[in-house]
Design a protein around this ligand. Structure first.
Ligand code: MTE
Length: 316
């Protein structure tokens, strides 16, 4: 995975997704434009324009498979955040006044050096990187998102896990005054998620603080959320206030709500269907045709070895 230093992070309006670029190119001229094959986030050589001045250089941002990032508009207006609402298009409006300043994250449990971090200190003390990841929701929609953040592993190393720590348990803020969905009796609040220690220490596992070079907005889990790109999106818990290292496998909100539907591992697997729908394909937001879902969401090379010898159907 290519890492990008903060100085390279470009604001969203300097980016253009390939889809937007093709639209723009089509509008400019017919026949004289060409597209370069893109890998990662690269600047496209500007094509010559018939009899005119060359257009400005445009950075097309793609994931490592060459698929374009979703627009910021897509990413901030189509969300899952049950603390606010179960409507994907209603989260942005309902969460717009959510207070994300003076936020602390308490890191403790089976560690030698428990600490409470101010999010501003996390931003300053841990080098922020850009990671362009696919996000595959268990509901079979997906996006490509350019996150900023830092590996969870660097935070965990700082608190010095004890040998007895086997899992990491994460908790979202509990504040029904601000989060109306938390009054719903259907779920056990606060939202809880968990990872096995080796999953948590994996370099792909990110604590995200921004998208497209801007601070996270409330609908995406501001001020800090987890991103585990090879697992279904529900593992990527938002607005974290507490991280505990524990010995027992944590029970997540979704495991408690429907254990036959949502397991602890939740690795993206096209061969294991949800009891109510197929997981073989997905709808990439912004595309018309469905695309095939990839094992481990396309990150098998990086993470399959974490599960050697495990039955992925049993451990769904
Ligand atoms: N975290 C909390 N606290 N509450 C939620 O409802 N939804 C999850 C995950 N994290 C959720 C959450 C689900 S189902 C998905 S698909 C992703 O957030 C969606 O992230 P996004 O809205 O930033 O795309």
């Amino acid at each position: 995975m290519r890492k990008i230093t903060p100085s390279e992070i470009t604001l969203e309006n300097h980016y253009l997704s390939r889809r937007q670029f093709m639209k723009a190119a089509g509008a400019l001229t017919a026949g004289s434009l060409w597209l370069a094959a893109c890998k990662g986030s690269e600047t496209t050589p500007t094509p010559p324009l018939e009899g005119g001045t060359p257009p400005p250089e445009i950075a097309i941002i793609t994931d490592e498979l060459g698929d374009p990032a979703n627009s910021l508009e897509d990413i901030i207006n189509y969300n899952n955040y049950y603390e606010f609402t179960t409507s994907k298009t209603g989260v942005a409006e309902l969460s717009k006044d959510f207070i994300t300043s003076s936020w602390t994250v308490q890191v403790g449990g089976l560690v030698h050096n428990p600490k409470t971090y101010d999010v501003d200190d996390l931003l300053e003390n841990f080098q922020q990187e850009e990671r362009i990841y696919r996000l595959r929701c268990v509901e079979a929609w997906s996006m490509v998102i350019p996150w900023q953040g830092f590996p969870l592993a660097s935070l965990l190393r700082e608190v010095e896990p004890m040998g007895s720590a086997k899992y990491v348990r994460f908790e979202t803020l509990y504040d029904p005054e601000q989060m109306p969905g938390q009054s719903s009796k259907w779920y056990q609040w606060p939202y809880v998620e968990g990872l096995r220690m080796d999953e948590a220490m994996h370099d792909l596992t990110l604590l995200a603080t921004g998208i497209y070079g801007k601070q996270l907005l409330p609908q995406n889990g501001a001020p800090i959320r987890l991103v585990v790109p090879w697992k279904y999106g529900f593992k990527s818990i938002k607005s974290i206030v507490k991280i505990d290292l524990v010995e027992e496998q944590p029970t997540s909100l979704w495991m408690a709500a429907a254990p036959n539907e949502y397991g602890f591992y939740a690795n993206v697997n096209p061969e294991v269907n949800h009891p109510r729908w197929s997981q073989a394909s997905e709808r990439r937001i912004g595309e018309n045709k469905r695309r095939e879902t990839l094992l481990f969401n396309g990150y098998a090379e990086e993470v399959a070895s974490l599960y050697t010898g495990m039955d992925l159907r049993e451990n769904y």
